[in-house]
Design a protein around this ligand. Structure first.
Ligand code: CMC
Length: 379
C-alpha cells in the first residue's frame, strides 16, 4: 500500500500560489508591494493609494487616486438594516467575533451576494473595505453606550475611522500614524488568513465567505491576535526593570513571547522597523514613554537570548504600543489588522479567481487499516 508523504508541517517553505502583490525576502528582511519597498510606501503614500496599487499593480495618477478615494468614500455608509443589527449585538462581545459576524451578515444585505465575475468581485471588495471601519466603530460606540457617529465622506479611510470611533476629527499626526499602520498591514504574501481566503474562494464560493473565514483565521494568537497578546504582556509587567526576569522565565518555560518570530522572516521584519520609530515618537508625544521603554527592554532581552535563532520583533510587537498611543482599546488591535488586511485578502481573491483551481491537497493517512467492525453492543 502506498502512503502519501506529508508536506512539511505547517506547509513551511511550500509555494502554494502565485501573486503579483507582495514580495518578501525573509533572510534579508525585505517587503515590497508590487516591487516598491514598504518603507517608501509607509513614508510617502496613503492607504488608499496602496490599495489601488495592490489591486491594479501600478501606482495611480492624481486623477485615478481621486476617483478611487471617491469610490471608497461612497462605501463608508452601511447598507440599510446593518446599524439595527449592530444595536442588537451583545455589548460584551469580542470585537473580532463581532467583525466576523457582521462581515458575514453583509452578504445578506447584498442583492447578488454570490456574483464573482471580475466586475462584481471588485465591487464587493470595495464595499467590504469601505464598510469594515464603520462596522467596527459603530459597534465600539454601541458597546460603550455612546451615540453612533456616522461616516464623514470628506475624510480619508484612516481619518474617518478615528472620527467615527472618537466622535471628533483626529489630529493630523494621529491620522498620519494610523494611516501608516494601515499601509504596513495591507498585504503579506501567503500568510495564514490570506491562504484561508484563497482556499475558500477556490471553491467558487463568494467574497463574503472568503472574508469571513479570513477574519476567523486572523484572530488566532499565532497570527493577527498577537498584537493583543503583546499588550497583555506589557500591561502585566510593572516596570522595565522587571522585564529581564519575566522574559527569561518565559523563555525557560518555552513560552512564546507574542510579537516575536515569524515563519518567513529570519531577520528584522521591515514593518517592525518602521513601527518601532513610530511607536517611540507617538509614545513621547502622548506620555506613553513607560510603555515604549518596556517594549524596548523586552526587545533587548530577546535580542540577547534568541536573535541568533532568527527571532526578531514582527509587525505585531510595536503596533501594540502604537495603537495604544493612538488611543485604541486593546481589543480593537486585531480588528485594526483586519481592517487593513481586507485589502490584501480581497486582492488575493481577485488573483485566485483570475486563474482558479480548487485547493484540494491530500492528507497522509497514519491510522490503521482493515479493522473489523465491532457491533455497538459488543464494544
Ligand atoms: N518566543 C519564543 N520563542 C519563539 C518564538 C517566540 N515568539 N517564536 C518562535 N520561537 C522559537 C520556538 O520556541 C522554536 O524553538 P525550538 O526550535 O527551540 O523549539 C523555534 O523558535 C521555532 O518556532 P516555531 O513556532 O516552530 O516557528 P513557526 O515558524 O511555526 O512560528 C510564529 C512562527 C509566528 C507562529 C512564532 O514565531 C510565534 O508563535 N510567534 C509568537 C506569535 C506572534 O507574534 N505571531 C505574529 C506573527 S507576525 C504577524 C502575522 O503574520 O500575523
Amino acid at each position: 500500500m502506498t502512503t502519501a508523504t506529508a508536506a512539511p508541517k505547517g506547509l513551511e517553505g511550500i509555494v502554494a500560489a502565485e501573486t503579483e502583490m507582495s514580495f518578501i525576502d525573509g533572510e534579508k528582511g525585505v517587503l515590497e508591494y508590487v516591487g516598491i519597498a514598504i518603507d517608501d510606501l509607509a513614508r510617502h503614500s496613503c492607504f488608499e493609494e496602496v490599495v489601488y496599487l495592490l489591486w491594479n499593480l501600478k501606482l495611480p495618477t492624481v486623477t485615478e487616486l481621486d476617483a478611487f478615494k471617491a469610490e471608497l468614500r461612497g462605501r463608508y455608509a452601511l447598507p440599510h438594516g446593518m446599524l439595527e443589527r449592530i444595536k442588537r449585538l451583545p455589548k460584551d462581545a469580542e470585537p473580532m467575533h463581532v467583525l466576523r459576524t457582521l462581515v458575514s451578515a453583509l452578504g445578506m444585505h447584498d442583492p447578488d451576494p454570490n456574483a464573482i465575475d471580475p466586475k462584481a468581485a471588485r465591487h464587493k471588495a470595495l464595499n467590504i473595505l469601505g464598510h469594515t471601519p464603520t462596522l467596527i466603530a459603530m459597534f465600539d460606540r454601541h458597546r460603550k453606550g455612546e451615540e453612533i457617529v456616522h461616516p464623514d465622506t470628506s475624510l480619508s479611510f484612516a481619518g474617518n475611522f478615528l472620527y467615527m470611533l472618537n466622535g471628533e476629527r483626529p489630529t493630523e499626526t494621529m491620522e498620519r500614524a494610523f494611516d501608516a499602520c494601515m499601509i504596513l498591514h495591507a498585504d503579506h504574501g501567503l500568510n495564514n488568513s490570506t491562504f484561508t481566503a484563497r482556499v475558500v474562494i477556490s471553491t467558487l464560493s463568494d467574497m463574503y465567505s472568503a472574508m469571513t473565514a479570513a477574519i476567523g483565521a486572523l484572530r488566532g494568537p499565532l497570527h493577527g491576535g498577537a498584537n493583543e497578546g503583546v499588550m497583555h504582556l506589557l500591561n502585566d509587567i510593572a516596570s522595565p526593570k522587571d522585564v529581564p526576569a519575566r522574559i527569561e522565565g518565559m523563555l525557560e518555560r518555552k513560552e512564546k513571547i507574542m510579537g516575536f518570530g515569524h515563519r518567513v522572516y529570519k531577520a528584522y521584519d521591515p514593518r517592525a522597523t518602521y513601527l518601532k520609530t513610530l511607536a517611540k515618537q507617538l509614545a513621547e508625544d502622548t506620555g506613553n514613554s513607560a510603555l515604549y521603554e518596556k517594549s524596548s527592554a523586552i526587545e533587548k532581552v530577546m535580542e540577547a537570548k534568541v536573535a541568533a535563532k532568527g527571532i526578531y520583533p514582527n509587525v505585531d510587537f510595536y503596533s501594540a504600543t502604537t495603537y495604544h498611543s493612538i488611543g485604541l482599546d486593546l481589543d480593537l488591535f486585531t480588528p485594526m489588522f483586519a481592517m487593513s488586511r481586507v485589502s490584501g485578502w480581497a486582492g488575493h481573491v481577485l488573483e485566485q479567481l483570475a486563474d482558479n483551481r480548487l485547493y484540494r491537497p491530500k492528507a497522509a493517512y497514519i491510522g490503521p487499516h482493515g479493522v473489523a467492525y465491532t457491533p455497538i453492543g459488543e464494544r
